[in-house]
Design a protein. Structure first.
Length: 457
């Protein structure tokens, strides 16, 4: 199996201004739960049966105490950028005032990244809503959107000009659908109406925060990160094609279309009135605030067929190979969705903000060999290249994840990292995929420097 990452010499991804990075999220790596407020994920973890291994995020990767070591590790990998999220519960007290200790942690992080010439991509919300806000209704409460605006204001003013890019939200689909409709993520509600209500308030929060970021951080790239799983029909029948199209609108375009066209998809009309989002006058204009970029997270595709009782029926992942999450490895889906959205919308510039795979990693003699993850990264980088060669304006790619971490409802059972974490010792060990990514980036930088020197002659 190939042990290196390569791209064609003519690839747009090899241009000097194409950004490569790694990504993490606050609750998944930080630990130090005693220096922040409780979040909905702390409550969810404490609820029996919600986390597969019964674990929690109180310790995680202890990044708050290991951050300098972690940034040196990131620097050694030759990345251009580091995408991480701020914990709302770490930087804002329940009365709305600033937790200076929490802010100082992120400011030190940002200063060191800038010292290392690594571009900070800051996500303001990666699912860890403070529990006191959930006690007031969480994302079912319209007021939470305004609380988020205020949080974005305080943070972006404190960070000043240190941030290269802000994302308001990471994957509002997961917050709304998994958290409020399907009940498999925090806070664990199960209601279709709740799912749409939460989604609308999340999108409203995004729009309100964009207005703040435009004012406080005009030099930063300001946008949002959405996750997509393209929807394929099980057969060529008209019924299956229609089912896949409705699923695509329900899960994917439900979040993208309001941002780019200020309206919800047509599948809305097939839902009972009780499940319609609570749109107030002016909301869609706020949600449709101009984006500097859109972040796209991609892991797999989904297949659908017609259903006698529902709008569509999702099929299980069966096609090999599968990741340790049970997800089909399907790089063509990434090319397809990029081309589809490029043709359908007036897209802003695109960054692939998450892409990666959980695999069964084993530490043997101090090393982790993960050829399946390396193959996944190689095939998906090629998929991005295929889309870029056909005109999609892709400007960056972030591997998920920098290191193994708390994988939400799966606990510590699944490992997505290109760096292995021994949770007992907190030792970080670069996997073979991580070394391949590093070597690819260092070679790209070397070739870029060579071209610059040749051009200067």
């Amino acid at each position: 199996m190939n042990k290196a990452i390569t791209l064609p010499a003519t690839s747009p991804l090899l241009k000097n201004d194409f950004i490569f990075g790694v990504a993490t999220a606050s609750f998944q790596i930080e630990g130090a739960a005693d220096s922040r407020l409780d979040t909905i994920w702390d409550t969810f973890c404490a609820t029996p049966g919600k986390i597969r291994d019964g674990s929690d995020g109180k310790t995680a990767c202890e990044h708050v105490s290991h951050w300098e070591e972690d940034l040196r590790l990131i620097r050694s990998m030759g990345v251009d950028a580091y995408r991480f999220s701020v914990s709302w519960a770490r930087v804002i007290h329940a009365d709305g005032s600033v937790n200076q200790q929490g802010l100082d942690f992120y400011i030190a992080l940002l200063d060191r990244l800038n010292e290392y010439a690594i571009k900070p991509f800051v996500t303001l919300y990666h699912w860890d809503l403070p529990q006191y806000l959930e006690d007031q209704g969480g994302w079912l409460n319209r007021e939470t959107a305004y609380k988020f605006r205020d949080y974005a204001d305080r943070v972006s003013r404190a960070f000043g000009d240190r941030v290269h890019s802000y994302a308001t939200l990471n994957e509002p689909f997961c917050s709304a659908y998994l958290g409020y409709e399907a009940g498999i993520h925090a806070p664990g509600h199960k209601s279709r109406a709740y799912g749409k209500q939460a989604a609308h308030h999340l999108l409203l929060a995004h729009g309100l925060a964009m207005e703040v970021l435009e004012r406080n951080a005009p030099e930063a790239l300001n946008g949002i990160v959405l996750n997509f799983s393209p929807c394929y029909p099980e057969s060529d029948s008209a019924e299956d094609i229609e089912a896949a199209n409705m699923a695509d609108e329900y899960f994917n375009h439900w979040y993208l279309q309001p941002l780019l066209e200020q309206r919800y998809p047509d599948v809305l009309e097939k839902l009972p009135r009780s499940e319609h989002p609570p749109v107030m006058p002016g909301d869609m204009a706020i949600i449709g605030h101009k984006l500097d970029y859109i972040g796209i997270n991609y892991y797999t595709r989904e297949r659908y067929q017609a259903s006698a009782s529902e709008l569509f029926e999702k099929l299980e992942h069966e096609q090999q190979p599968l990741t340790d999450m049970g997800w089909e490895v399907f790089p063509q889906g990434l090319t397809d969705l990029l081309l589809d959205y490029h043709q359908r919308y007036l897209l802003p510039p695109v960054y692939i903000t998450e892409n990666g795979a959980a695999m069964v990693d084993k530490l043997v003699d101090g090393k982790v060999d993960d050829p399946e993850r390396l193959a996944y990264l190689q095939s998906h980088l090629q998929a991005v290249d295929d889309a870029a060669m056909q005109g999609v304006d892709v400007r960056g790619y972030f591997a998920w994840s920098l290191m193994d971490n708390f994988e939400w409802a799966e606990g510590y059972l699944k490992r997505f990292g290109i760096v292995y974490v021994d949770y007992e010792s907190q030792q970080r060990i670069i996997k073979s995929s991580g070394y391949a990514y590093r070597d690819f980036l260092l070679q790209k930088a070397e070739q870029g420097a060579g071209k610059q020197q040749a051009g200067a002659r």
